[in-house]
Write a protein that binds this ligand. Structure first.
Ligand SMILES: Cc1cc2nc3c(=O)[nH]c(=O)nc-3n(C[C@H](O)[C@H](O)[C@H](O)COP(=O)(O)OP(=O)(O)OC[C@H]3O[C@@H](n4cnc5c(N)ncnc54)[C@H](O)[C@@H]3O)c2cc1C
Length: 368
């Protein structure tokens, strides 16, 4: 009896879900998805879910619906180890499952710099569960002072979303917000936030955190009732991949096709794309391209074909929402700055388009 070739997709986020439809074209393949969650978390939409009338579940697409009729088997567990030598996955429920090819697409974690008290007091914001916890904390402190640590994309979006509540302070260690955008766009974002009542403090890292107060390097102290930490991303702690190398930040080192070990590929935030000195930003768009690319590559390997051309990173742009009506960013290969209402509308269109495209690609899979 011959056993079917089995592909294990570890992580049902942007990269994992983009990989799935690409695998359907490979005859006789069994596809298994490991993800401890109930659905795909649309992380870029989560700041909007902090609005009292916008439930977090609206931004999680249930796997049961997405995968219905596709034959993909969902394992609701986190993978802790990938062993290419034995072609085995080990999950956090103690199961061992075989694979022939695996895609590790588990996203990133929150980065916690060694600031005394930070980890004990601040709330992270990297998952639907984090968003739900934060919503509860905000509901329990309706007039509370809110401190947002980190003035990158997530911190700026959170500060803008929460601004109408009042009492929001945004702290960034660098001299300006949004280092991934040009200085003019960053100034626009700051101006917009300040006009909405957000106190923006730049150039001063948080030096220590105590209950109700964060002390900035060189002063002042910022009081808080709710403290959200959005100060960067780190390599995910799991799964361990036997035999794989890691860079200085702990990310898996991949070749130009995303391969990190024999028969094991990485995609999404976990695949760091470098071009000389440049490190490409970890975005939903990039994760989607990676997922599709590695699925194609596995298809070639299963068919016994030689590898295709190496992956070439590209970006259509980056959009940051500042409130319900304004945004800022780059479009068209990051060469065309956009701001104001147009940028915000474009961001909404991108969100809607993502949902439509994913649904259409999975629908096509269901057709005989
Ligand atoms: C608040 C916020 C706002 C953002 N805004 C934008 C934006 O506007 N535009 C943009 O392009 N990008 C944005 N990003 C970044 C973007 O969301 C990520 O780059 C993208 O989600 C990465 O996709 P991924 O597939 O690598 O990981 P994810 O989408 O994070 O998915 C990873 C999946 O892996 C699962 N998982 C984790 N560990 C394991 C394990 N051990 N075993 C099995 N499964 C596991 C998780 O449950 C999750 O479902 C934002 C991120 C955040 C947090």
């Amino acid at each position: 009896m011959t056993t079917a070739t089995r592909v294990a997709v570890v992580g049902g986020g942007y990269a994992g879900m983009a990989a799935l439809p690409g695998l359907r074209n490979i005859p006789g393949l069994e596809v298994h998805l490991w993800d401890p969650g109930v659905g795909q978390q649309l992380l870029p939409e989560l700041p909007a879910a902090l609005a009292p009338d916008d439930p977090v579940e609206r931004h999680v697409l249930p796997f049961a619906q997405l995968l219905a009729g596709t034959g993909v088997v969902h394992h609701p567990h986190g993978v802790v180890e990938v062993r290419p030598s034995a072609r085995l996955l080990l999950d956090d429920a103690g199961h061992q499952e075989r694979f022939d090819w695996a895609i590790v697409a588990v996203g990133s974690d929150t980065a916690w710099p060694p600031v005394p008290g930070l980890r004990d007091h601040a709330q992270p914001f990297r998952s639907a569960a984090d968003a739900q916890r934060l919503k509860s904390a905000l509901a329990a402190a309706p007039h509370g002072r809110i401190l947002v640590g980190g003035g990158g994309l997530t911190g700026v979006e959170l500060a803008g979303e929460l601004a109408p509540r009042g009492g929001v302070t945004l702290v960034e260690a660098l001299d300006r917000l949004l280092p991934s955008l040009g200085p003019g766009l960053a100034r626009y974002a700051r101006d917009r936030l300040e006009r909405a009542g957000v106190e923006v403090l730049t150039g001063r890292p948080i030096a220590r955190v105590d209950e109700g107060t964060a002390t900035l390097d060189g002063g002042p102290s910022v009081p808080w009732d709710v403290f959200i930490w959005a100060g960067g991303v780190a390599a995910p702690a799991a799964p361990a991949v036997e035999g794989a190398s890691h860079d200085q930040r702990g990310y898996l080192v991949a070749d130009a096709w995303g391969r990190v070990a024999p028969h094991v590929y990485v995609a999404g935030d976990g695949w760091i794309h470098r071009e000389g000195e440049r490190v490409w930003p970890q975005t939903a768009q990039s994760a989607t391209s990676d997922g599709r690319f590695v699925a194609d590559e596995i298809g070639r390997r299963v068919a016994g074909e030689p590898p295709g051309p190496p992956f070439v990173p590209s970006s259509h742009g980056m959009l940051v929402s500042l409130d319900a009506h304004k945004g800022v960013g780059w479009v068209v290969n990051e060469g065309w700055p956009v701001w104001g209402y147009g940028a915000r509308v474009m961001k909404d269109v991108v969100f809607r388009q993502y949902r439509r495209t994913l649904a259409a690609r999975l629908r096509a899979w269901r057709r005989p």
